[in-house]
Design a binder for this molecule. Structure first.
Ligand code: URA
Length: 446
């Protein structure tokens, strides 16, 4: 294979053949194609896109670069969820145990924080001792025992994606719909799922801020899933403000425990239940939406979902007692209340500014080797549209020390905008399936 010719061909807007993609991905994974050539090709894809045939060939080659989870003969339906990422998005922590306690197996495979967004793996690792690097065999045996495992991408699953993603991260080629779709779907399809639910975020804190691009991303991923025998449904959800109140690893684990105990914030529970309903329907364990919602609510009210979370924590090396006493999680050295600087309406709570502030406080990574401080972050108790009075507490800052508190105060003064009017945009705007796009109540109201 003459790589420079392939790069030129793609650069000039011509598609590569499926067998060229297959060979290229296999050779890159085996170290026979250097990063600089692959970077150039990725940039050509970034600008030229991929035809449906190329996208299918790339995704299949990425799946074929590794192993698949093998649940042959397993009785329970297997369903997972993927979120494109946001600020305060701790949905996976609640959703996996809730759905698992409704008789669906959930091999929840998640990622680490990226840029301003937090990652589920980092949140789970705030729990002392929690191991996210289970092997494929450990994952299978835990899902068979408890119905749920919460893991990172194992070295065996789509290793091509692992290398390509790391390269895209440092070459300005992340925000490409075909590359994101192939990346996410290669990992999810290697889980051998019976169904997949996607939470595609839109708004200023999302990787795809414009709703049209978020819908296009969802439709592209759904096309890949459906064509490979994995029924896939997506919800488009708002990320123009943080989800829930807590932003930061320990704080988000605490809020997830509140959610599993029946006292979670309304918006977090709404998104979690909506995604859970889709998962139960795909799994075929509920006849309709009302029954699915009832089963999920009962999993919380009965304590079964919280108990499943505790069992997952114990099975993965953490202390399950933290679900009853979250004080066992790492705690911040300094905490301070933030008060509204004026009377008015909350016009915006900018998620990107909050996510970047967590990074500055030490709660995120600038390089892959960085250690993160799980205890830092914010609890923000107001949403756009809320009326506030000058001096009223509207947030808390969790930092290492006084310098962090000063930094957090500055971030909140920029992120939480108080004006004369504000409006909350709809939380869940579209439901997308292989059949098409359904606008949900309230969509377009902004
Ligand atoms: N998450 C992924 O797994 N891959 C991407 O390309 C973007 C987000």
């Amino acid at each position: 294979m003459v790589i420079p010719s392939l790069i030129q061909h793609k650069r000039d807007g011509h598609p590569l053949k499926p067998e060229e993609w297959a060979r290229l991905v296999a050779d890159y994974t085996a170290g026979r194609v250097p990063d600089y050539q692959m970077s150039a090709l990725l940039m050509a894809v970034f600008f030229r896109g991929l035809t449906p045939e190329e996208l299918a060939a790339l995704t299949d080659a990425m799946i074929a670069s590794g192993d698949r989870l093998d649940f042959d003969g397993f009785q329970l339906p297997l369903v997972d969820k993927h979120s494109t990422g946001g600020v305060g998005d701790k949905v996976s922590l609640l959703l996996a145990p809730m759905v698992a306690s409704c008789g669906v197996a959930v091999p929840m495979m998640s990622g680490r924080g990226l840029g301003h967004t937090g990652g589920t793996l980092d949140k789970l690792e705030a729990i002392p001792g929690f191991r996210t690097n289970l092997s494929l065999r450990e994952t299978q045996s835990q899902v068979e025992r408890i119905g749920c495992a919460m893991i990172g991408q194992t070295p065996e699953i789509a290793p091509a994606d692992k290398r390509l993603y790391a390269l895209r991260d440092v070459t300005g080629t992340v925000e490409s719909i075909p590359l994101i779709s192939a990346s996410i779907m290669s990992k999810k399809l290697a889980e051998g799922l019976d169904g997949l639910v996607l939470d595609v975020k839109t708004g200023s804190g999302a990787f795809m801020p414009e709703p049209e691009r978020a819908i296009e991303l969802a439709r592209t991923m759904i096309g890949l899933g459906e064509a490979r025998g994995c029924p896939t449904v997506a919800l488009i959800t708002a990320m123009d403000r943080p989800l829930g109140r807590a932003c930061g690893h320990t704080l988000e684990v605490e809020e997830a425990i509140e959610g599993l105990s029946g006292t979670g914030p309304e918006d977090l529970m709404e998104v979690t239940y909506a995604l859970g309903v889709e998962m139960l329907l795909l799994a075929g364990v509920a006849r309709d939406r009302a029954e699915a919602l009832g089963r999920l609510q009962d999993s919380v009210a009965s304590g079964r979902a919280l108990d499943t979370f505790a069992r997952v924590i114990e099975a993965q090396g953490g202390n399950p007692e933290i679900v009853r006493d979250p004080a066992g999680l790492p705690q911040a050295g300094a905490v301070e209340v933030y008060r509204a600087p004026r009377t008015g309406s909350v016009a915006a709570v900018h998620p990107r500014r909050i996510g970047l502030a967590i990074l500055e406080l030490g709660g995120g990574r600038r390089t892959i080797e960085d250690e993160i401080d799980p205890a830092v972050g914010f609890v923000i108790t107001v949403k756009p549209g809320d009326r506030v009075r000058e001096g009223e507490p509207i947030a808390s800052i969790f930092a290492r020390d006084g310098q962090g508190i000063a930094l957090g105060t500055r971030a909140l003064s920029e992120a939480v905008v108080i004006g004369d009017a504000g409006q909350l945009t709809p939380l869940i705007t579209h439901r997308i399936t292989g059949q098409g796009v359904e606008m949900l109540a309230g969509a377009g109201a902004d």
